[in-house]
Design a binder for this molecule. Structure first.
Ligand code: SF4
Length: 134
């Protein structure tokens, strides 16, 4: 598995070295541990530079991230509901968005706006094992 090539959208994804998708899910759905993780809604274009694991500034899942912006207590409370293993990545993405938009303070309203702009609302996406059961 360590030396194999990932298939499907995971195989052409620029995040494959830092993410790689869930191999157990790939096996459960396709019988192939190297196939795509179908639970991921990201459709990589396939022509972006690879995001290398361990590169300077690379994100590491599971690490808490110091805040670079001011977060309201309500926005911090919202972050506390996100699973700890992914919270630091979400904080980074939100603060990157705020940087691009020139926003100084992270509020619940900003978080709601970012969520509405996401191509996939993961809170409404059924887990793969429930597909076709509604
Ligand atoms: S699960 Fe999604 S983000 Fe991760 S490697 Fe596969 S396509 Fe990329």
């Amino acid at each position: 598995m360590r030396s194999g090539e990932l298939g499907g959208h995971c195989g052409r994804c620029e995040y494959r070295q830092v993410c790689g998708g869930c191999r157990a899910r790939a096996f459960a759905e396709d019988g192939d541990v190297m196939s795509a993780d179908h639970s991921c809604g990201y459709e990589p274009p396939g022509n972006r530079p690879l995001v290398a694991a361990g590169a300077a500034g690379a994100l590491t899942y599971g690490t808490e991230r110091p805040r670079e912006r001011t977060w309201t207590p309500e926005a911090e409370a919202r972050m506390a509901r996100i699973p700890s293993f992914v919270r630091g990545v979400v904080v980074k993405r939100v603060e990157d968005y705020a940087d691009r938009e020139g926003i100084q303070e992270i509020t619940v309203e900003l978080l709601d706006g970012i969520r509405k702009e996401m191509p996939v609302d993961f809170s409404k996406k059924l887990p793969f094992f429930l597909k076709g059961k509604d």
